[in-house]
Design a protein around this ligand. Structure first.
Ligand code: SF4
Ligand code: SF4
Length: 342
């Protein structure tokens, strides 16, 4: 089935939408043209965030040039009601719309974050107030933690959840996806390409589309890449062949030593190194461009990583057996080489 109703929001959309991250890394015109092309090709769900810099503005410009009907989702990383409402005001202005169909509390890291979100003066209060005022129509939550999403689904305060889901990170289908669907909570699958680790779009999209019930939001920065993805969606032929299953097994094997699942079980690091950010640096630069290295949090993380003592305590805690100290060293060398070329 190509169409889906997004849980109890009642929103009916295609199972493949458009993610707003990559359009940040091209010039404004190319970004706007890509979004417009996607809408004209049939995309009717676009997801973005306050955190994606120019993304909302560019999507807003594209929306102005079409009367195509599109369900818009955006997000705020603020955990307070006031902060979220301030972000929402900016989102509405940037997107040039009177309301946003789905507004999500973005990147709720753990139980502590979640309690802040749903507690007094938390982001949830802001979401509900905005919903009452008609500024947003539905509310959702995004997290990289499956444990947390399990709690979120259990408590049922949000209409949608967004979880990482790809053939390198398939764990959401064990519990989070079926549990959410059983409670009629909409599931948006992020990182179908595992943040750039998977470079075979056919395999990535077929894997996720072959699992019913979830909406994908692969992002692209140009029309050709969009067409490549859309063709796979439109074909409706998503069942993986035995040959494709074997290709996936091969990619999984290769990724096994290097792919960080961002679970943070390796923490705490005595040197306060944000291990997952350092391990994911190559794929993030691939997605966001070298400017990514200039972001405050990343720059500070890279500086901390220089203090890595190679003690190995983190590696002993990683459930995936990643050789963390070695990977930190390799990635720092890679960043150094990249910076010397710029
Ligand atoms: S090896 Fe490096 S990253 Fe790991 S705990 Fe020790 S100092 Fe931290
Ligand atoms: S290095 Fe291992 S434990 Fe740490 S976040 Fe990545 S996958 Fe999780």
């Amino acid at each position: 089935m190509k169409r889906i109703i997004l849980g109890n929001t009642g929103l009916e959309i295609n199972r493949m939408g458009f993610g707003g991250i990559p359009i940040q890394r091209v010039k404004e015109k190319e970004a706007v043209d890509t979004v417009l092309h996607a809408i004209r090709s049939g995309v009717d769900f676009i997801d973005t965030s306050r955190a994606y810099n120019t993304s909302e503005r560019r999507i807003g410009r594209a929306l102005k040039e079409t009367d195509g009907k599109v369900v818009i989702a955006s997000k705020s990383q603020s955990k307070s009601a006031d902060g979220l409402l301030k972000d929402l005001e900016t989102s509405l202005k940037e997107l040039q719309v009177g309301h946003i169909d789905l507004y999500q509390t973005h990147f709720v890291r753990d139980e502590k974050d979640y309690r802040a979100v749903i507690g007094p003066n938390g982001a949830l209060e802001g979401l509900l107030k905005a919903k009452d005022q008609g500024l947003i129509h539905h509310i959702g939550l995004t997290s990289h933690s499956l444990d947390l999403l399990d709690t979120v689904i259990e408590e049922g305060l949000f209409e949608t959840v967004m979880a990482c889901f790809s053939f390198l990170e398939p764990a959401a289908e064990d519990n989070v996806i079926p549990k959410a669907l059983a409670k009629n909570i909409g599931v948006i699958a992020m990182k179908s390409f595992s943040g750039g680790m998977i470079d075979n779009s056919r395999l990535a999209l077929k894997f996720a589309l072959s699992r019913p019930g979830v909406v994908l939001i692969p992002g692209v920065e140009n029309k050709d890449l969009f067409d490549e993805n859309w063709k796979i969606f439109e074909s409706g032929a998503w069942e993986l062949t035995p040959g494709e299953e074997a290709e996936i097994a091969e990619i999984r094997k290769k990724a096994d030593r290097v792919f960080c699942r961002r679970c943070d079980y390796c923490q705490p690091c005595t040197e306060h190194i944000p291990i997952q950010h350092i391990l994911g640096i190559k794929s993030m630069v691939k997605r966001m461009g070298p400017e990514f290295l200039e972001r405050g949090m990343i720059k500070a993380g890279l500086e901390l990583a220089l203090n890595c003592t190679q003690c190995g305590e983190c590696a002993a805690r990683c459930p995936y057996g990643l050789p963390i100290p070695e990977l930190i060293r390799e990635n720092l060398e890679w960043v150094e080489d990249l910076e010397s070329e710029l």
